[in-house]
Design a protein around this ligand. Structure first.
Ligand code: PMP
Length: 444
């Protein structure tokens, strides 16, 4: 099996025959927040699948819902007027769930990249319906991650996910990230940095022409790019700028929705109502590939009133997949019943404080980020003064030893990103912290 894995499978984000930064384990089982590999080694999954297994791997109501749905109706499309009860129930539940964000309808997709693509397409179509055909450009943030489709790649803020695929969508511009540790302004105060980025946004919009920009997309807390928590004034500031210029605001909540940040959405932390919210991941907890692009009530009205012109040429074979929808309904019920926000916030604080203590102990830790639920990053530097980043193999070494000590970590460049399931216990968070500590000691 190990040989075939190396020979026949091309892993995401990796060289064909190569391994990723994570320990090259073949995972054969999972319970609670733990995974077991082919050698019988059990570890806490500090990655939470891929930021998505919020409820852990033993969520019986979700398994039951999937099994029941498979027996009742395994598949039928939601094209051309046909529908299914699970998808209908889910759209109603999501509308209620995201009522504070002002969301109206749910457009169902097969995952995060699809949800992002849907939002970008709907943004363009929205402006066309309103006669603003020139609004085609997109703004986003450096360090932002928005998936792998060409639209998503165009708004991705990391060159690694862009350059090989160019030419991408024209007119996509990336504003500086709310990354106080490193930024082009050398400004470490988050509130002051926010003012500088908001000004950069104003300048960019003026330069491009305000009425040429369709939408601005951002993660309310940046995830894959290294867990950057913007200052509380940032997203509201961008909301105000977008509204003033008629630019739609898309919140990419693929990671942040459904409790991970200690609230039901990232936008809710900042009191922002976006025009669209991209969701996926925890919507089905990893039990089934699924996603939803939520569209604000105010925006759907424009499509509704447009008559035949409001009809869109966009959709997926698996939009509203009954099994995915049934899994999502069960996940949402369980997510609310357990109110996973509470544990995410408490265990998130424990993890953030624990990592800050590690920073006092290990001089290779240059920056720690988090403090909003279970999203915590550690950035390694070879020298705190110059902030020179450690080579990525340092993180890989940390991860290898941490794995042996009971925690599977996610390495991203010179960063380690921690995002375990939201049902994790206090003792399990301590195990992760001890494993990271052991990893850094060994790698250093
Ligand atoms: N947006 C964000 C914020 C993400 O983190 C991801 C995946 N990590 C995506 C979009 C893409 O989702 P998927 O991998 O399900 O296509």
């Amino acid at each position: 099996l190990k040989e075939n894995n190396a020979k026949h499978m091309w892993h995401p984000m990796a060289h064909p025959g190569g391994q990723q930064d994570n320990p090259p384990a073949i995972i054969t089982g999972a319970q609670g927040v733990k995974i077991t590999d082919i050698d019988g080694h059990e570890t806490i999954d500090a990655v939470g699948g891929l930021w998505n297994v919020n409820l852990g791997y033993s969520c019986d109501p979700v398994k039951e819902a999937i099994s029941n749905q498979l027996n009742q109706l395994p598949y039928y499309s939601t094209f051309a007027g046909t529908s299914n009860d699970a998808a209908i129930e889910l759209s109603y539940m999501l509308r209620e769930f995201f009522q504070p964000e002002g969301m109206g309808r749910a457009f169902f997709t097969s995952g995060g990249s699809d949800s992002v693509e849907t939002s970008l397409r709907l943004a363009r179509q929205y402006h066309k319906i309103r006669g603003e055909t020139q609004r085609t450009k997109f703004l986003s943030l450096k360090k932002g991650y928005h998936g792998t489709h060409f639209g998503g790649a165009s708004v991705n803020g990391n060159n690694r996910f862009r350059t090989a695929y160019e030419p991408l969508l024209p007119g996509c511009r990336h504003l500086p990230a709310p990354y106080a540790y490193r930024n082009p302004f050398n400004e470490s105060d988050p509130a002051k940095l926010t003012q500088l980025i908001l000004q950069a946004a104003e300048d960019e919009i003026a330069f491009q022409g305000p009425n040429t920009i369709a939408a601005f997309i951002m993660e309310p807390i940046l995830g894959a790019g290294g867990i950057m928590v913007p200052h509380e004034t940032f997203m509201p500031g961008m909301r105000e700028i977008c509204s003033r210029h008629g630019i739609l605001m898309i919140a990419d909540e693929v990671i942040t929705a459904f409790g991970r940040t200690g609230d039901w959405s990232g936008s809710r932390h900042w009191g922002v109502q976006p025009d669209m919210m991209c969701t996926a991941k925890a919507i089905t907890n990893g039990y089934y590939p699924f996603g939803a692009c939520m569209i604000a009530e105010s925006m759907t009205e424009v499509f509704e009133k447009a008559g035949p012109e409001g009809s869109i040429g966009h959709g997926y074979t698996y939009s509203g997949h009954p099994v995915g929808a049934a899994a999502a309904v069960a996940c949402l019920k369980e997510t609310q019943r357990l109110d996973v926000r509470v544990n995410a916030a408490a265990r998130g604080t424990q993890m953030f404080e624990g990592v800050q203590r590690l920073k006092e102990k290990h001089s290779v830790i240059g920056d720690v980020r988090g403090g909003h639920g279970l999203m915590t990053a550690i950035e390694f530097v070879s020298d705190r003064e110059s902030k020179k980043q450690m080579a990525p193999d340092f993180g890989a070494k940390v991860a290898k030893v941490a794995y042996e000590n009971g925690a599977m970590l996610r390495v991203s460049g010179a960063n380690i990103l921690l995002s375990p399931g939201l049902v994790i216990s206090e003792a399990e968070v301590d195990t992760i912290l001890n494993a990271v500590d052991a990893g850094i000691t060994a790698a250093g």
